[in-house]
Design a protein around this ligand. Structure first.
Ligand code: TYM
Length: 332
């Protein structure tokens, strides 16, 4: 059976990029695959997190996954720190991956910025932990946004090197699943930067917890150009902000960019933004209502994570044991 693993960091509010690039796809995939969805708190602490905030964010992100429609009975939803095999396999992968491979990771360069010397060792080794997440369950498919592609290539390199070094055919080489009209949702303020939790400007992103008024305001204030909307996607070339808004509309309405342009071609942005705001509010508000309801019932969310962690542990243990045998660790 094909198996999916994917994860999301509890580092702040879930935003529209997380939803359209990843979570909504997970909801659709849960019927065709055996799935594990992980709130990756070990990854979160590669940058400083306030302890109370980390706990609250872990619950909020979990509520977001549930509210979006992921079924916790059919799938496994859990937080990474509660399955210690992730850390154990990550250490082993620290010894498989090469420095040269990690030196090429663009996310480390972006996140560490100019102060590389000050970044945590964890931030540098982050992709090895991600490889451990996926390979611990011998997942075959990994649905993510475009920004995670390089990390998945590294995961395949690690799996391959492990198999070669120990002359085994143990880890599958997982395939990325990157699809939909919003694999890379951009900042509302700068069409060359991706929408991200860490952007200083609140106006750059739509959070899953934003009120209808805030969503409408952020879309109204989104950067655009002065040209009307073109007839087809070719006309969006060189118009990053326009392309982003049209892409968001297409993803939210589950259609294509060209279909959206057929509908709005020739319109100015004032009218288009109004339509986009109405659509975003209509699509997001049921999820938001459900998130609020779940957040008010913290015990249920905790129980989902507890149950998920227990099931994940059971799956992880035999794989880790086999890895230990392959490596030559004595299990006396
Ligand atoms: P994270 O928490 O940054 O993002 C979670 C998911 O959302 C996608 N995403 C986006 N998609 C489209 N447009 C955007 N602007 C955008 N921003 C975020 C991400 O691609 C991701 O799919 N390293 C991962 C978490 C992780 C993981 C894993 C993922 C840890 N272990 C194992 C898959 C498999 C991350 O930081 O995601």
């Amino acid at each position: 059976m094909n198996r999916i693993f994917s994860g999301v960091q509890p580092t702040g509010n879930l935003h529209l990029g997380n939803y359209l690039g990843a979570i909504r796809n997970w909801v659709n995939l849960q019927n065709d695959y055996e799935c594990l969805f992980c709130v990756v708190d070990l990854h979160a602490i590669t940058m400083w997190q306030e302890p109370d905030q980390l706990r609250a964010n872990t619950r909020e992100v979990t509520a977001g996954l549930l509210a979006a429609g992921i079924d916790p009975k059919k799938n496994i939803i859990f937080n990474q720190s509660q399955v210690s095999a992730h850390s154990e396999l990550a250490w082993i992968f620290n010894c498989v991956a090469r420095m040269g491979w990690l030196n090429r990771m663009t996310q480390f360069k972006e996140k560490a910025g100019k102060h590389k010397e000050n970044a945590s060792v964890g931030l540098y080794a982050y992709p090895n932990l991600m490889a451990a997440d996926i390979l611990l369950y011998r997942a075959t498919h990994v649905p993510v946004g475009e920004d995670q592609k390089q990390h998945l290539e590294l995961t395949r390199d690690i799996a391959q090197k492990f198999n070669n070094d120990f002359k085994v055919d143990f880890f599958p080489l997982p395939e990325p699943l990157i699809f939909g009209e919003a694999t890379r949702v951009m900042s509302l303020k700068d069409g060359t930067k991706k929408m991200s939790k860490s952007d200083q400007s609140e106006l750059s992103r739509i959070n899953m917890t934003d009120s209808a008024d805030d969503i409408a305001k952020k879309i109204r204030k989104a950067k655009t150009d002065t040209e009307p909307l073109p007839e087809n996607s070719k006309g969006l070339e060189g118009r990053a902000e326009a392309a982003n808004l049209v892409g968001i509309y297409a993803a939210l309405s589950e259609t294509t960019t060209d279909a959206v342009l057929t509908q709005f071609s020739g319109d100015g942005f004032a009218a288009f933004k109004q339509n986009l705001a109405d659509l975003a509010v209509a699509k997001l508000s049921p999820i938001q209502d459900e998130m609020r309801r779940l957040m008010a019932d913290g015990a249920y969310v905790d129980e989902v994570l507890r149950d998920g962690s227990e099931r994940a542990r059971k799956m992880a243990e035999p794989v880790l044991n086999e890895v230990q045998d392959i490596i030559g660790f004595l299990r006396a």
